[in-house]
Design a protein around this ligand. Structure first.
Ligand code: NAP
Ligand code: GDD
Length: 344
């Protein structure tokens, strides 16, 4: 039986990956950090909370990392833990660098010291491409990286640090450059889940209007459970390598909003421009979407679209669930969750 250590077990990807690895017969160790509440709601939602072995792990604390690796003795380390919200990284740049970049360096060193043969998966990100995505460029593993947020800068430093361990110490290290991936377990601060939750609340009459920032940003949105399968495949390959994981289709936040309202049979008409834009419900003329400029980012990544042909060729990985289906599933799940909450 293989043993996996997943850092960040409480997050969206941690939960889906744990489910995937348990189904493949792994002993799964999941890391958490101290907090006022320890609920593991996503793991409960997937029905696997009792199947995980939990280990306390804080990326800002080097000796704690050594003990965590020693206690879990992993064959595979999936390093997912991070301050993952780009917007907050502008408010907390030094903290984001410490957790995402220096924290990765600390954990790499702990693994090199205690468990040098363990395989490493690095949660790298399309956000590292930053400005290079402009103009609908199709981004692959060789595209330039022009980061535009403290989060992206920290992730790019971690990406290079993992590459260095591969080169300097012969570590089996895979770097997954994953584009945005979503699901009903996505954190509510990210735009997709913010939209689908609001649309569900509007459908049930508990919210009137959804307030957003930049509607024109385009993202390549995929289905999270498929992306954790790609992570696992990377660590079963012959050697550690770099892979873009994406759908190849980029749509705007505006289109995502239209699809989400369509899932509750509401058509939107757009009026105005820039921060004066409003989305109005066709038929009733009710304003359903407004812009709040305070939600604009100080520097924006306008366009991200990925080319995952290397992952298809070498890993046999291909995206399955399309955007329309993804949005529909997320709205449906939020309707069910909200209706359940209201019934209690
Ligand atoms: P997420 O839901 O925000 O989960 C992040 C996890 O990291 C949580 O378990 C969190 O624990 C943990 N964490 C945060 N700070 C920590 C610290 N100082 N020490 C230890 N653990 C800490 O993120 P996700 O969407 O699952 O993403 C997983 C990884 O993939 C992240 O590294 C993210 O940057 C990267 N990524 C995500 C996407 C995407 O579209 N989802 C795309 C590319 C790359 P708490 O619950 O205690 O906060
Ligand atoms: N969160 C949020 N909230 N974003 C908004 C809003 C809003 O109200 N309005 C517009 N947006 C725009 C953001 O400006 C951004 O251009 C886009 O929607 C997507 O924002 P997020 O959903 O927060 O995701 P992200 O692309 O910044 O980052 C996610 O994907 C990265 C991979 O490309 C995160 O999961 C990162 O951890 C991940 O690395």
């Amino acid at each position: 039986m293989k043993r996996a250590l997943i850092t960040g077990i409480s997050g969206q990807d941690g939960a889906w990956l744990a489910l995937h690895l348990l189904r493949h017969g792994y002993e799964v160790h999941g890391s958490f950090r101290r907090g006022a509440e320890r609920t593991f709601s996503r793991l409960h939602r997937l029905g696997i909370a009792d199947d995980i072995q939990y280990v306390l792990l804080e990326l800002c604390e080097a000796t704690n990392l050594v003990r965590a690796v020693d206690r879990t003795a992993p064959d595979e380390v999936y390093h997912l833990a991070a301050q993952s919200f780009v917007g907050d990284s502008f408010e907390q740049p030094a903290y984001t660098l410490d957790v995402n970049a220096t924290g990765t360096a600390r954990l790499l060193d702990a693994v090199r010291t205690v468990r040098p043969d363990a395989r490493w998966y690095q949660a790298s990100t399309s956000e590292m491409f930053g400005a290079a995505g402009a103009g609908d460029t199709l981004l692959d593993e060789h595209a330039p990286m022009v980061p535009r947020s403290p989060y992206a800068i920290a992730k790019l430093a971690a990406h290079h640090m993992v590459g260095l361990h591969r080169e300097a110490y012969g570590t089996f290290a895979a770097r997954g450059i994953l584009f945005n991936h979503e699901s009903a377990l996505r954190g509510p601060e990210f735009v997709t889940r913010k939209v689908t939750r609001a649309v569900a609340a509007i459908a049930l009459g508990h919210q009137q209007v959804l307030t957003l920032g930049n509607l024109e940003a385009r993202r390549d949105w995929g289905h999270a459970p498929e992306y954790v399968d790609a992570m696992h495949r990377m660590l079963q390959a012959e050697r550690g390598d770099d892979f873009v994981v994406a759908t190849g289709r980029a749509e705007s936040v505006r289109t995502f909003v239209e699809l989400a309202f369509a899932a509750i049979d509401v058509s939107l008409a757009w009026r105005g421009t820039g921060s004066d834009t409003v989305g109005v419900e066709v038929g009733t003329d009710t304003v359903r979407v407004r812009i709040d400029p305070s939600l604009y980012r100080p520097a924006e990544v306008g366009w991200l679209r990925g080319d995952a042909s290397k992952a298809a060729r070498l890993l046999g990985w291909r995206p399955q669930v399309g955007l329309e289906e993804l949005v529909h599933r997320m709205v449906r799940a939020d309707l069910d969750e909200l209706a359940g909450d209201l019934g209690r």
